[in-house]
Design a binder for this molecule. Structure first.
Ligand SMILES: [Zn+2]
Ligand SMILES: [Zn+2]
Length: 739
C-alpha cells in the first residue's frame, strides 16, 4: 500500500513543474494527505511490530573515561560506575515523590509517553524563561539510561519510544520507579540513590531527610553542574524548586516544604585521589573546546592522554600538604590559608603538575588557574627583564632613599620603602643586589625609569594575560595574576627567551578508537633576547644565594643551578615563590581566599619551602644542568669598589655578566694610590662593597636587620678566556648571611 503511494508520486512531481493551475494543486493536496496517512500507518505498523517482536536489549553499562599521564600511567578514572541496588521498600517515599514531582508529575497516569507532559513542559519552560521541567517521562528516561547511548538522533528517539512502551507493558509503575531510582546518574560517579546518598550525605538512602531527597531529585537534570560540591547555591535553588513542586502537587504540606527549605546542606566530602584539580582542568578545557562531549566525558569511555607527570604530581601534593601553614576554617567552612602550585616543562609548555588548593574534597576552586592574586615582588621579574633588555648593565646603581611617585589613582602619591625595621638602605644598590634582596625603593626607581608601559609590555610578552594597571606600584606587584601565568613567565626565562602555550591535553580517543583531539605543543616563539634571559636568570640565581631573600632555599636544591623570586604583599596577605631550572618552571602561591588574615611568614618562608622541596624531589632523577652562555653575553671581572670593569689595580674584584654591546667602562682608579691616601682619611667609594657597614633591612627577608649584602654571582665564569688565572679572587667566599 505504501509502495504504490510513493511510486505513483514520482511522475506527478514533474508535471507540477510545468503547469501550476488550481486543479493540479488540489490534486496535490489530496495526494499529500494520502501519502502522510500512508506514512503514518507505516510508522505505526513498524512501531508496533517492534514493540511486539523486538526484545529489550541487555542494559548498556556506561563506561568510565580514563585519564593518563605522559607516560601512559592512569591518573584517574572519571566517574567509574558505582551502583548499589536496593529494594523499593528501602527507598524513602519522599525520594519517590520528589522525583515524580520534578521529573514526571503524571507518572501514574500515562502509558510511558505523555503528550500532555510534553506540552506542559514547553509551557512551563517558556513561562519560567529557563528549563524547569523536562518533557521525557520517567519511563522514557529509564529506557534511555538502560538501553541507549547518549547521542541525540532520530533513530535513537524512535527506539527510546519502542523500549518505553515495552517497559510499561512488562513492569508495574512501582517497579519502573524503583528501577529508575536504582540506575539514575546523580553525579560524581554515583548511579542510583543509594550511592548518591552515600556520596553526598554519607548515609544510606533510607535515612535521607525530605530536604536531602529533594536535593538529589533536583540533580537529575544536570548532575555535574548542579552538584552541591561544585555549586552549592544552584543545588539549593533546585532543591527548593523540587520542594515547592512537591507541596503544589500535594505530596507534602506547605509548612513541610518551607521547613525543609531552611535545612542546611551537610555534605560528606568527596574521597581523595591524585591530581583532582588537574583532572577538573582537563575536563573543563576539553568541554570548552567540545561542548558536545559533555555526556561522553562523564560516561562515554573516553581515553584522555595528558601532559601530567604522575610522579611529580604526587610529589607536589605531598610537599604541599607537608609545608602549608596549619589550616583553620573560614566562614564558608573552607580550610585556609589556601594555595596553588603549577609546574611547566619550559621547552614545551606542558603542564607537569598542578595543585589548585589544599584539599579537593574541601574546596574545588582550582587556584592554579582561577585565582588572581597580587604577586608582590615576584612581579619584579618583569621589571628587571625590561631593565636588562633596555641595555642597563647589572652593575648600574640606584640609591635606596626616601622618594615618592604618582600613585595608583590621580592625586595619590606612592612612597615605596623596604619592610622591616629600617625603611631605607640610604645607599646605592646595583641591580644584582636590588634583585637579590628585593629592594622596593630601587625597584620603584627603575620602574619610573623604564616606565610602567614598558614593564607591562614585557609581562605580556612573557605570557601574562590578566589586566595590568600602568603605574609604578605595578612593578612591585599591585596587579593581580594567576599562578599559571607566573609559571609560564618563568618558563620563558628558563628556556632562554622562548614562550610556549601551556598545554594539558595531548590526545583524546573515544570508545570506538576514533581520535577526537590531538595536540602537539605549539612551536616556541622567541619573545626575549637569549642574552637578556641569561642575565635575568643570573640575577634571579642570586635570590637563592648568600644574602638573597631565598637564601635558605638554595641549599634544598643542592648544587643544581636554579633561579627564583620571592613575593610578599603588604601585611603578609599573599606569599609567592616563582622559579625555575632549565628543566622545570614552577610557581607557588599561598594566601587566604579573601585575604582575611595574614600568613605566618613571607614568600620566602611560606611559599618558598613548598617550591624548593617540590623542585628538588621532582628533579631528583634529572641531572643538574646549567644554562649555556649565549654568544652575545660575556662574564668579565668587575671592580668591587666602583662596579666598573676591573683595571690593573682593582684587586678587589668579582665576575659579572654583561651584554657584549653594553659593557661598563674600565675602572680608572688607582687603588694602590688610594690605599695610601685612605690611611689618612675616609673612603669615598660608592657601591655596596663588603665593607659597607650600614644596618638596614631587606624587603622580603622579613628579618629586621639585613646589611646590604655582598651579592656575587654563584655561576663560575665558563670561559674567562685571556683573563684566565689572573684573578684568583673571583671565587672569594661571600660574607656571612645577614640575620
Ligand atoms: Zn632599600
Ligand atoms: Zn677599581
Amino acid at each position: 500500500m505504501s509502495q504504490t503511494g510513493t511510486t505513483s508520486e514520482e511522475p506527478r512531481a514533474w508535471r507540477w513543474e510545468r503547469s501550476q493551475d488550481g486543479a493540479s494543486l488540489r490534486r496535490w493536496a489530496v495526494l499529500g494527505l494520502k501519502a502522510a496517512l500512508a506514512g503514518g500507518l507505516l510508522f505505526a505498523f513498524v512501531f508496533f511490530a517492534l514493540v511486539l517482536f523486538l526484545p529489550l536489549p541487555s542494559p548498556s553499562i556506561p563506561e568510565a573515561t580514563r585519564i593518563y599521564d605522559r607516560n601512559g600511567e592512569r591518573v584517574a578514572s572519571l566517574f567509574v560506575e558505582n551502583r548499589i541496588i536496593i529494594p523499593g521498600n528501602e527507598i524513602p517515599e519522599y525520594m519517590k515523590k520528589a522525583v515524580i514531582a520534578i521529573e514526571d508529575r503524571r507518572f501514574y497516569k500515562h502509558f510511558g509517553i505523555d503528550p500532555a507532559s510534553i506540552v506542559r513542559a514547553i509551557y512551563h519552560n517558556l513561562k519560567a524563561g529557563k528549563i524547569v521541567e523536562g518533557g521525557s517521562t520517567i519511563t522514557q528516561q529509564l529506557a534511555k539510561n538502560l538501553f541507549l547511548t547518549p547521542e541525540r538522533t532520530v533513530r535513537r528517539k524512535f527506539l527510546e519510544a519502542v523500549y518505553t512502551i515495552k517497559l510499561e507493558m512488562r513492569y508495574s509503575k512501582d517497579e519502573i520507579l524503583d528501577l529508575y531510582l536504582n540506575t539514575i546518574y546523580l553525579g560524581h560517579g554515583a548511579y542510583g540513590v543509594e550511592v548518591a546518598a552515600r556520596t553526598y550525605f554519607g548515609k544510606p538512602a533510607k535515612d535521607l531527610s525530605l530536604a536531602e531527597c529533594a536535593l538529589l531529585a533536583g540533580l537529575i537534570r544536570s548532575p555535574e553542574t548542579l552538584s552541591p560540591y561544585r555549586n552549592m547555591d544552584r543545588a539549593v535553588e533546585m532543591r527548593n524548586t523540587v520542594l515547592s513542586l512537591m507541596a503544589e502537587q500535594g505530596y507534602i504540606s506547605r509548612e513541610q516544604a518551607e521547613k525543609a527549605k531552611k535545612e542546611k546542606v551537610v555534605l560528606a566530602g568527596l574521597p581523595k585521589s591524585v591530581g583532582q584539580y588537574f583532572v577538573d582542568y582537563v575536563v573543563a578545557s576539553l568541554l570548552e573546546k567540545h561542548p558536545d562531549l559533555a555526556d561522553k566525558v562523564y560516561r562515554g569511555g573516553l581515553e584522555i592522554y595528558t601532559t601530567l607527570d604522575l610522579r611529580m604530581q604526587k610529589i607536589a601534593e605531598r610537599v604541599f600538604a607537608s609545608y602549608m601553614p596549619p589550616a583553620s576554617k573560614d566562614k564558608q567552612g573552607i580550610e585556609q590559608p589556601q594555595g596553588a602550585l603549577v609546574a611547566i616543562d619550559p621547552s614545551t609548555g606542558e603542564i607537569r603538575a598542578m595543585v589548585g588548593g589544599r584539599d579537593y574534597s574541601n574546596s574545588q576552586l582550582n587556584r592554579a588557574v582561577a585565582a588572581r592574586r597580587q604577586p608582590g615582588s615576584a612581579f619584579k621579574i618583569f621589571l628587571y627583564t625590561a631593565v636588562v633588555d633596555q641595555g642597563y648593565p647589572v652593575t648600574t646603581v640606584q640609591t635606596c632613599e626616601p622618594v615618592s611617585f604618582p600613585g595608583r589613582r590621580p592625586g595619590e602619591t606612592y612612597t615605596p620603602h623596604d619592610y622591616g625595621q629600617f625603611p631605607y638602605h640610604n645607599a646605592p644598590l646595583n641591580i644584582r643586589q636590588a634583585v637579590a634582596i628585593s629592594d622596593n625603593v630601587v625597584a620603584a626607581k627603575w620602574a619610573s625609569k623604564v616606565g610602567p608601559a614598558k614593564i607591562a609590555e614585557y609581562a605580556r610578552k612573557m605570557g601574562v594575560k590578566s589586566p595590568l594597571e600602568l603605574n609604578i606600584p605595578l612593578a612591585l606587584g599591585a596587579s593581580e595574576v594567576t599562578p599559571l601565568e607566573m609559571a609560564r613567565a618563568c618558563a620563558v626565562l628558563a628556556s632562554g627567551g622562548l614562550r610556549t602555550e601551556p598545554i594539558a591535553i595531548l590526545k583524546v580517543v573515544d570508545s570506538t578508537g576514533r581520535v577526537i583531539e590531538q595536540n602537539k605543543p605549539s612551536p616556541p616563539v622567541r619573545v626575549l633576547d637569549e642574552g637578556t634571559a641569561y642575565i635575568v636568570t643570573s640575577l634571579l640565581r642570586s635570590v637563592l644565594g648568600p644574602g638573597g631573600t631565598g637564601e635558605s632555599l638554595g641549599p634544598v636544591l643542592g648544587n643544581r643551578p636554579a633561579a627564583g623570586k620571592t613575593g610578599t604583599t603588604d601585611d603578609h596577605l599573599d606569599a609567592w615563590f616563582v622559579g625555575y631550572t632549565p628543566d622545570l618552571a614552577c610557581a607557588v602561591y599561598v594566601g587566604w581566599d579573601h585575604r582575611e588574615k595574614p600568613l605566618p611568614g613571607t614568600g620566602a618562608t611560606v611559599a618558598g619551602p613548598i617550591w624548593a622541596h617540590f623542585m628538588a624531589a621532582a628533579l631528583a632523577n634529572t641531572p643538574p644542568r646549567d644554562w649555556e652562555v649565549p654568544s652575545n653575553v660575556v662574564w668579565a671581572p668587575v671592580c668591587d669598589k666602583t662596579g666598573n670593569l676591573a683595571g690593573p689595580t682593582c684587586f678587589a674584584r668579582h665576575m659579572e655578566v654583561f651584554r657584549k654591546d653594553m659593557m661598563p667602562p674600565v675602572c680608572d682608579r688607582n687603588h694602590i694610590l688610594d690605599f695610601f691616601l685612605e690611611r689618612g682619611g675616609a673612603s669615598g667609594t660608592p657601591g655596596a662593597s663588603p665593607e659597607s657597614p650600614e644596618k638596614t633591612t631587606g624587603s622580603d627577608a622579613g628579618t629586621s636587620q639585613n646589611p646590604v649584602p655582598d651579592i656575587r654571582p654563584r655561576e663560575a665564569p665558563p670561559l674567562p678566556g685571556p683573563l684566565e688565572g689572573l684573578f684568583p679572587g673571583q671565587q672569594a667566599p661571600a660574607v656571612p648571611a645577614p640575620r
